[in-house]
Design a protein around this ligand. Structure first.
Ligand code: RB5
Length: 148
């Protein structure tokens, strides 16, 4: 199950991505927002999606706002979340292979729809490499998180 959330600035991309994923056979849980006109606060949606991923209710998450930056800042406050803000396919692949990122953040105001869907596809189909050095680095991050 893929969790998805957006604010008013990215409602169009959310609809596009959900249709794309459902066509490909993914199950998607839509956390809103459900209205492009009503201005909302992106952290509300970031925390819903991040909690669904951190609790393993959903396997991965996708968050979109105007730039994707606010969503990524908020999602990364949730313990266990590794949210990667991506604007290119190289980063989408690398963040899965090296960082085992579990949420993808993107901006509707900064990307075209074709590139955004390519980024989504690569993010969802690329496996974590599991290399010792990457596991060690991620362990340092979760150890730091546990100390707080
Ligand atoms: C909303 O205007 C905008 O600030 C938001 O979508 C996002 O870009 C924040 O990072």
């Amino acid at each position: 199950m893929i969790a998805i959330g957006c604010d008013h600035a990215a409602y169009g991309f959310k609809t596009l991505i959900i249709d794309h994923l459902r066509e490909k056979g993914y199950e998607v849980k839509d956390f809103g927002t459900f209205d492009a006109e009503k201005k909302v606060d992106y952290p509300d949606f970031a925390f819903e999606v991040a909690n669904a991923v951190a609790s393993h209710e959903c396997e991965k998450g996708i968050l979109i706002c105007g730039t994707g930056i606010g969503m990524s800042i908020a999602a990364n406050k949730v313990k266990g979340i590794r949210c990667a803000h991506c604007s290119d396919t190289f980063s989408a692949r690398a963040t899965r292979q090296h960082n085992d990122a579990n949420i993808l953040a993107m901006g509707e105001r900064t990307l075209g729809p074709g590139l955004a869907l390519d980024i989504v596809d690569i993010f969802l189909t690329t496996e974590f490499s599991g290399d010792e050095r990457h596991v060690r680095r991620l362990q340092k991050i979760s150890d730091y998180e546990d100390k707080k």
